[in-house]
Design a protein around this ligand. Structure first.
Ligand code: FEO
Length: 422
């Protein structure tokens, strides 16, 4: 019975009757001969099982129709059905000649095997590391793969594909493709962002700074923030290219004002702060450490210092990390717990260290009802980071803020404000 149903479904799937159902496609022209085939996922709670994406995410794929047809990457399984209808529609009966695989993370490669089944004559164009990963992920022999090296070119008609390697942005096998005739850069994960695309796919047709910049910063810093040196290497390569259009694997396509976004990447990958101001991070069991953090923040505000305050126990660590990288100054206030740092603050500090947090000013506040020691442990974490400068003396609270500790918090805020203004 099961077999019978499966056969019936297969027959229907391949029948002419099904043709009228193939209207799911949503193909968007990027420019002459170039089409967007990707889709949005607004249901996924955690990207990579790690990062909340309340505004969703897009998985981008592009088709170039020159004398040869070239697909740039596939998509996550979440949008695979639509992707294949997009591809079929965009090809308009033409054969698919090439698929360029830039990055093997499954949010872009999960549909690869089905692509090979549907288009068995397509030539896979990629590098040796990707080819090895294809064999690791799929029952795929690697036979017939067109292997490219850094700087290699492939003519596809009026246009040339030029391959630019980008190791560790975000995995070691990552590469990009540049088309010199049009100034197009297919940038893989680089210059992407969390956040689904709202109909338009172009950065100049959304309010990117208002609606995407926070997500773009969080995406970059959490996913490739650790690899600033490698990102700088790619930016140096990009500086030698005339780029007029950037097609990333997530988020909007850039055709205007890309220099603005490039400058953000330059700042982030050099581990430099983006804004003068203070992020105050606290963990508090019964509210006393929070009280200390709020007193300090209010005094900073009196000085006119741009200040933001976060409870690290209820704010996702990916947001905390992005905000710490954003500002010149941070204050870390925590209770002593199990003779150490309170667990959510400890997790946050380890995440900062793992992402090479550096070149910042920081201040410390500790609390403890009988043996305040969290400050010393926090200090040890910052001693293990590069070019971190402490501002002011550590403030110690014994259970609750009293007049003398209030005075110490005000003095610390005054010192931070002076440091910023100076
Ligand atoms: Fe969007 Fe590294 O994958």
């Amino acid at each position: 019975m099961r077999c019978g149903l499966a056969n019936a479904a297969k027959m229907w799937y391949n029948s002419e009757k099904r043709e009228k159902w193939k209207a799911m496609y949503r193909v968007i022209q990027v420019q002459k001969d170039l089409y967007y085939l990707g889709g949005n996922d607004r249901r996924l709670a955690l990207f990579e099982s790690a990062y909340p994406i309340p505004r969703g995410v897009s998985y981008n794929s592009y088709l170039l129709c020159d004398e040869k047809t070239v697909l740039f990457d596939t998509v996550d399984l979440a949008v695979s059905e639509q992707f294949f209808e997009n591809l079929e529609h965009a090809l308009g009966g033409r054969a698919l000649d090439y698929v360029v695989v830039h990055h093997m993370e499954p949010d872009h490669s999960a549909s690869f095997l089905r692509l090979m089944e549907k288009y068995p004559n397509v030539t896979v164009v990629t590098n040796g590391k990707v080819e090895q990963m294809l064999e690791n992920y799929f029952p795929f022999s690697g036979e017939g793969v067109h292997i490219v090296k850094e700087g290699d070119t492939l003519s596809v008609g009026r246009r040339t594909l030029q391959f630019v390697f980008a190791p560790m942005v975000h995995w070691p096998e990552v590469m990009m493709t540049y088309i010199p005739e049009d100034g197009i850069l297919f940038s893989a994960d680089a210059f992407g962002t969390f956040g689904a695309l709202p109909g338009s796919i172009f950065a100049d047709e959304v309010n990117f700074e208002r609606d995407y910049l926070d997500d773009a910063r969080r995406y970059y810093l959490n996913i490739v923030g650790k690899y600033g040196v490698q990102v700088q290497n790619v930016l140096k390569k990009a500086a030698g290219l005339e780029i007029r259009l950037v097609c990333p694997l997530h988020g909007p396509v850039w055709r205007e004002q890309f220099a603005w976004f490039l400058k953000k990447y330059d700042t982030w990958s050099k581990y430099l702060p983006e804004e003068c101001g203070v992020a105050v991070f606290y963990s508090s069991v019964y509210g006393h450490t929070q009280n200390a953090a709020e007193i300090l923040a209010s005094r900073l505000a009196e000085h006119g210092v741009f200040t933001k305050v976060y409870d690290v126990s209820v704010t996702h660590v990916s947001d905390l990390l992005a905000e710490a990288f954003r500002f010149t100054h941070s204050v870390f206030a925590t209770t002593t717990y199990n003779n150490g740092i309170f667990v959510s603050m400890e997790n946050f500090l380890r995440d900062l260290k793992a992402h090479n947090f550096q070149n910042r000013k920081y201040s410390l506040i500790e609390n403890g009802s009988w043996s305040p020691q969290a400050g010393a442990y926090m200090q040890a974490e910052f001693d293990g980071m590069k070019n971190m400068t402490r501002v002011g003396e550590k403030v110690t609270i014994l259970s609750a803020v009293k007049e003398e500790t209030r005075a110490a918090l005000v003095a610390l805020a005054d010192e931070i404000a002076e440091d910023i203004k100076g």
